[in-house]
Design a binder for this molecule. Sequence first.
Ligand SMILES: Cc1ncc(COP(=O)(O)O)c(C=O)c1O
Length: 417
Amino acid sequence: MALDCESLRSEFPQLEGGLVYLDNAASTLKPRRVVEAMKSFTYRSYANVHRGIHRLSREASRAYEEAHERVARLVGGSWDEVVFLRNTTEAMQTAAMLLAANKLIGPGDEVLVTEADHHSTLLPWLAAARMTGAKLKLLPVGPDGVPLWSRLPEYLSEKTRVVAFGHVSNVTGAVAPVEEVAREAHKMEAIVVLDAAQSVPHMPVDFKKLGVDLAAFSGHKMMGPTGIGVLWGRRDLLQELEPHMGGGGTVSRVKLEAGEVKVEWAEPPWRFEAGTPPIIEAVGLAEAADMLREVGPDRVAMHEAELVGRLMKALEPLAGEGLLRYAGPSEPERRHGIVSFTLKGMSPEEVGLLLDRRGIAVRTGLHCAHILHDRISMPGGSVRASFYLYNCPSEAEALAAALHEAAERAKRRSSQP
Ligand SMILES: Cc1ncc(COP(=O)(O)O)c(C=O)c1O
């Protein structure tokens, strides 16, 4: 059964005035039930977790632990493979620092990312490479901004320790062939790290089936609150790693023996969640994960594919006349929920402001992917429309109509003496 976007909209008070919100790749709106879950937990059960014997602390600990389980259910794994951190960026940075601190990357080793990756993937691995003396390599993209996966074997070697890349590009919407990449990378015994910020909220994702070792995603991009994200890790890998950041909650016992501090780390995920964790946010994220499972990630994916198809069909005349250029593939079926483009004769910011005046929210700029924009000859950035489960076909049509108008205006302007 197709997803009923109209009835889902009533869960999102921000949409009540008719806002056309197409900035979902940056962050999604929050449904009532997520806000209510956090409110009711805060007023009734809130206390710090893990450290108290009193009733409230026990209740809060239970809710916090269950939140790991509820999020794990969404991505195929067990609760102890889910580490709560602040966002995708912190989860990816943690993955990089953990592998560096545990000496799984060293001088002369190689770390592979792609030219299409978000800075949240590129920069943590650049830092890890610089810190350890490893070399950072970048798999190039083709003219459509999609990594040239067929050239992967050339970029892998027995020196490759890590292959990190985005599941769905936040610019082109292209989906990476994760299973094949993981298979190739594992032949070299490299660790595979997936930036799942744009996939987990929008499609069925099972990290074990995909064959990745570590993965990162954000709560705020999947209807959850800000301030919480997930580092998912294969249990046996997490168990092997010592945390790079110690603190409250990370240990089972600390002792002073013959003048030396001895540390026994707690089991994962706790050893990686240093200090007081995002407790209220975890309850909100778990509610969002439940809602996403109830709606069905497969239905979300199909719904977004329909919206992308509709938008790109309506934009065909502009693309055909050369007035609109896509950042990424021009075939709708090669994109997932995201359509980025430039309009001839108008800066992305000008387009964004024109759309804003019509109540349409899109993102403009370089979308934290500077190298990718340079490679596809869009150094000034692009306009990005990104869909979610509460967007309806009429919104794709409204965007297309406004873009036709904008393109007309740009054409008139350029023909004026
Ligand atoms: C592909 C991708 N990776 C990482 C991030 C970073 O997410 P966050 O800002 O939640 O850390 C984003 C968000 O823009 C993204 O689109």
